[in-house]
Every structure is written in structure tokens, then in C-alpha cells.
Design a protein around this ligand. Structure first.
Ligand code: G16
Length: 543
């Protein structure tokens, strides 16, 4: 066994996006591709000798091969210990939990999240720092700069580690510890939520369907919901993680989790439905014949947070990404706590959580979480809802309806134009930027523009500035249209159009969402010329 220094050269395009580096599996399989990126991470971190690293992935195709490479490279750089999930599997929230619990210096997450998997699917890698959260832009940009100048990497030539067997082995001087993928995470959930109350709920005949989408959350949901909380077996569907997610798209939204939506639409539907994504950090909440938008889910949890033992002391603040609806701002105002508006990307919540300024965070992209870890957390959100349902005895629909009656309803929808030509998408955004100045005060049918800008964020904790984070057209009555290009796609560009309308009148709280937003949808098309720039008359996915 010895440490090899391998000559390499920079590979272009290794810039991390919204959440790490995501590319096709075939790109990651190219010679030196993964090694170059991992070496750039280690070079950026500096001296890692004697430290602990956590490694795990969502079990998608190429996960095991990539983990073996990372273990051998970590050993070549002198890490004292690497904690790796059994079978190479750790959900993204579990990585965050394990980093924090074991005082690790950081972790490497292998996932392309909700993107499809398999030999022709996507793969991804990202680095999380010691607080358990995704590395901030200062670090991801330094990693990228390093990829552009790399000439060699270091790797041990040791044999592969058996990832199926719990226990410790060594590569060079590094201890490789294969850990139970679920245990640390399950213990943390037990501290936050009233498991006794939820057990009683299930004991009383309450029925639930959790869709693991053949991805990483299945084993976590089975162990916690069916195991610790006593839900009948079969509560978790699609609970076996598959390398290609069964050929489906593990994105928990009403379009991709169609099976769950169908189950919840039946006359004898369970009381509660939920789904999680490829790496277990996203969630979708569904009641009987009723799905909850992520923005509403954040607002409802925030308004009722004290039902859960972990949040009994109340919230310090609520943070949401800019395109997320403003429903949670209204809750923050009612609670007399601050609300924060950050750019898209969970990494932007890290400083607020570390500084104790925010307790709950959420994103429109089916992400919700809190200061218990530094990633969004799918199963955590589901358990929070279960705790709420157990504490109130109300249905999902009743809870959301009462919330709207109290705070008003923020009708909300996202229209995605996927895999459009990058050039046209960039031109659409550029042409919108040119129009910004002229939009202020413009009369757009039923709406008058209050202001229009390209969202810029100054982090209140470290003062770092992130520019060009999405174009906002905000109306005088608070309704909004936001345009952004996705930072997680791997094919062409994805244009996201976010639409939001506030409605205070309870008589108008039960319109079909697209109908309620129809005037804004028309304005979005007219102002941005979407069809002209993308050639698409309608979105690929509407959520
Ligand atoms: C990632 C980020 C989220 C972000 C989402 C969508 O989620 O962690 O913060 O909201 O991507 O980003 P975009 O609109 O740029 O595609 P995940 O679940 O893919 O890691």
C-alpha cells in the first residue's frame, strides 16, 4: 500500500452550482474527473491531517465507485478518520447530522439530489463544512479556481474497503469507519419531536403513506415511521433505494410523485401523505385530496412550531429563499420575530443559523429545515407535520385552511421550462435586466409595478455580497413574478418562473391555483417574451 502522485491537467467546467458540482454520470466517469475535483477540495481546505471527514451518498449509480476513490484520496491526505455510511449511503441531512455530532471537519456528499440517476442519469458531489452545511460561495469558488490550475493529485493504491460491513479498517494511516446510516439521525429526531404522541396517533388507526421514491429516505422512513413510531408496515412505499430510482424522477412534487398523489386522491385515502427526494433533503406534504405548497408548509410549521418539544421555546427568526412565497413573513410578523430573504441555495441559511438569528428555514423547491442541522431535511418536515397532526387532532386541510383564514393565502406556483437552449435563456434574462428600469410604476393590467430589480443579497453576518440572484417584478399589492435560471440542471438551461398572489379574502381562498394566478402568468409571458426566447409555448413542469 502506498501513496501515488498522479499527473493530471485542469478539466474545464468544474464550477459548483446551486448545490455542488452536478454532471452526467458519463462525465464523472471520465479519467481524473472526480479525482481532480476532490483534490481541488482538499487543496482548498489546506492541511487536513489528523482531522475527521464524513462521506456518504444517496446510493445512486456510481456512488460506490466514487466513495472508494474518495476514501483512498482522503487517506493520501492524512485524515485521521473517515466516517462512511453503510453501503456508502447517507442521506444529505444525515451527513449534516453526523458531521455535527462527531465534530468532523467536514463531509463529502455524493448526490445529484432530485435529478434522475442510472448510467445515463446525473451524479454530483459537494463539500460540507464543519457546521454540517454546504460550503459557502467563498469556498466553492476557491475550489473551482483550483480545478483550473491543477497539475496532480494524490491517492493511495489500497484495495477497496468493504462498505457493507459495519466497523473499522485502515487505509495508510487513516481509520475508515463504516457507520450505521440511520442511527445518529434517528436519535436526533427523537429529541426534537413528541414520539409518544405520534405513536398514539398511529395506535388510534391514523393512516399514512410515505413515498420513498426508490431513493435514500426509504430506510430512514422505515426505521423511524414504521419502526420507532409503530406505523403499520406498508406505510412506506417505494422504500428500497435503487441505483436508478426505478427509472423515475425522485423529485417530491405533485408531477413526479404522481403515485402518491393518486393514492391521496382516492375516497379511502390515508390521512396523511408525504414524499422525499433522491438524497432525502426535500419533502412534499399531502393531505386527503389536498397538497400543501412548500411555502405554506413552512408558514404552517412556523405558526405552530411550539407543539414540538424541540421548538417549545419559540423561534428566533424565519428565513426563506427569495422566490419562496411571503407566507412565512406574515407569520414572523405576527410572532414579532425577524424574517430573512436569501438567495436560492441552502448554503445561504448557514450563517443565519450559526448566528442564532433564524430557527426555521424554507424554500419553494420543497425544502424545509431548522437549526437542528445545516441542510434541509425531508423526514424532519414529515415528522414535524406528524407531531402537529397528533397535537391538534386536526386534518392537514383543516390546519392549512385555518392558517389561510388567519393570515391570508399566498397563491403560489412555479413554472419550469426545462432543457431550453442556454443562449436563448441567457438572452431572455439579459433582455429583462435591460427592461428593469422602465418597469417601475408600469401599469400591467390589474397590477401596477412597485419595483423591479435583480435580487442582490448582502449576508447580514459576514457582509458577503451575492449578485444576480433572480429578477423580481413586485406589484404594489405584494404580488410578484420572479425569473431565475436554475443552478442544478445538467442539460441546457432551465428557466424558472415563480408566481405569487396574496389574497386576504377567505371567500377567495379556494380557487384553482393556476386560475388564481392567470393574470400574472399572462404578464410574465408578455414582459419576458418566454416563447420568443425559448421556443416554448408552455412550461414543462408546473408545480
Ligand atoms: C438545491 C439547493 C436548494 C435549491 C434547489 C433548486 O436543492 O440546495 O437550495 O432551492 O437546488 O435550485 P435551482 O433552482 O438552482 O435548480 P437540491 O435538493 O437539488 O440539493
Amino acid at each position: 500500500m502506498s501513496i501515488q502522485t498522479i499527473t493530471t491537467q485542469p478539466i474545464s467546467g468544474q464550477r459548483p452550482g446551486t448545490s455542488g458540482l452536478r454532471k452526467k454520470v458519463t462525465v464523472f466517469q471520465q479519467a481524473h474527473y472526480l479525482e481532480n475535483f476532490v483534490q481541488s477540495v482538499f487543496d482548498t481546505l489546506g492541511d487536513v491531517a489528523g482531522k475527521t471527514l464524513v462521506v456518504g451518498g444517496d446510493g445512486r449509480y456510481h456512488n460506490r465507485e466514487a466513495i472508494q476513490v474518495i476514501l483512498r484520496m482522503a487517506a493520501a491526505h492524512g485524515y485521521a478518520k473517515v466516517l462512511v455510511g453503510q453501503g456508502g449511503v447517507l442521506s444529505t441531512p444525515a451527513v449534516s447530522c453526523v458531521i455535527r455530532k462527531h465534530g468532523a471537519a467536514g463531509g463529502i456528499v455524493l448526490s445529484a439530489s432530485h435529478n434522475p440517476g442510472g448510467p445515463d442519469g446525473d451524479f454530483g458531489i459537494k463539500y460540507n463544512i464543519a457546521n454540517g452545511g454546504p460550503a459557502p460561495e467563498s469556498i466553492t469558488e476557491a475550489i473551482y479556481a483550483r480545478t483550473e490550475a491543477l497539475t496532480e493529485y494524490r491517492i493511495s493504491d489500497a484495495a477497496a474497503v468493504d462498505l457493507n460491513l459495519l466497523g473499522t479498517s485502515t487505509i495508510e494511516q487513516t481509520e475508515i469507519v463504516v457507520i450505521d446510516s440511520v442511527a445518529d439521525y434517528a436519535e436526533l429526531m427523537q429529541e426534537l419531536f413528541d414520539f409518544d404522541a405520534i405513536r398514539k396517533l398511529f395506535g388510534g388507526g391514523f393512516r399514512m403513506c410515505f413515498d420513498g421514491m426508490s431513493a435514500v429516505s426509504g430506510p430512514y422512513a422505515k426505521a423511524i415511521i414504521e419502526g420507532m413510531l409503530g406505523a403499520p408496515s406498508g406505510t412506506v412505499i417505494n422504500g428500497e433505494p435503487l441505483e436508478d430510482f426505478g427509472g423515475l424522477h425522485p423529485d417530491p412534487n405533485p408531477v413526479n410523485a404522481a403515485q402518491l398523489i393518486e393514492i391521496m386522491a382516492a375516497d379511502d385515502a390515508p390521512d396523511f401523505g408525504a414524499a422525499s427526494d433522491g438524497d432525502g433533503d426535500r419533502n412534499m406534504i399531502v393531505g386527503r385530496k389536498f397538497d400543501v405548497t412548500p411555502s405554506d408548509s413552512l408558514a404552517v410549521l412556523a405558526a405552530n412550531a411550539t407543539v414540538a418539544p424541540g421548538y417549545r421555546a419559540g423561534l428566533k427568526g424565519i428565513a426563506r429563499s427569495m422566490p419562496t412565497s411571503q407566507a412565512s413573513d406574515r407569520v414572523a410578523a405576527a410572532l414579532g420575530i425577524p424574517s430573512f430573504e436569501t438567495p436560492t441555495g441552502w448554503k445561504f441559511f448557514g450563517n443565519l443559523l450559526d448566528a442564532g438569528q433564524a430557527t426555521l428555514c424554507g424554500e419553494e423547491s420543497y425544502g424545509t429545515g431548522s437549526d437542528h442541522i445545516r441542510e434541509k431535511d425531508g423526514l424532519w418536515a414529515v415528522l414535524f407535520w406528524l407531531n402537529l397532526l397528533a397535537a391538534t387532532g386536526k386534518s392537514v386541510q383543516e390546519l392549512v385552511g385555518e392558517h389561510w383564514a388567519r393570515f391570508g393565502r399566498n397563491y403560489y406556483s412555479r413554472h419550469d421550462y426545462e432543457a431550453v437552449e442556454t443562449k436563448g435563456a441567457n438572452e431572455l434574462m439579459d433582455s429583462l435586466r435591460i427592461k428593469l428600469a422602465t418597469l417601475q410604476g408600469a401599469d400591467l393590467g390589474a397590477y401596477v409595478v412597485d419595483f423591479a430589480d435583480d435580487f442582490e443579497y448582502t449576508d447580514p453576518i459576514d457582509g458577503s455580497v451575492s449578485k444576480k440572484q433572480g429578477i423580481r417584478i413586485v406589484m404594489t399589492n405584494g404580488s410578484r413574478i420572479v425569473f431565475r435560471l436554475s443552478g442544478t440542471g445538467t442539460e441546457g438551461a432551465t428557466l424558472r418562473v415563480y408566481l405569487e398572489r396574496y389574497e386576504a379574502d377567505p371567500e377567495l381562498h379556494h380557487l384553482p391555483t393556476q386560475q388564481a394566478l392567470s393574470a400574472l402568468i399572462l404578464i410574465a409571458e408578455q414582459v419576458a417574451g418566454i416563447e420568443g426566447w425559448t421556443g416554448r409555448a408552455r412550461p414543462t413542469v408546473t408545480t
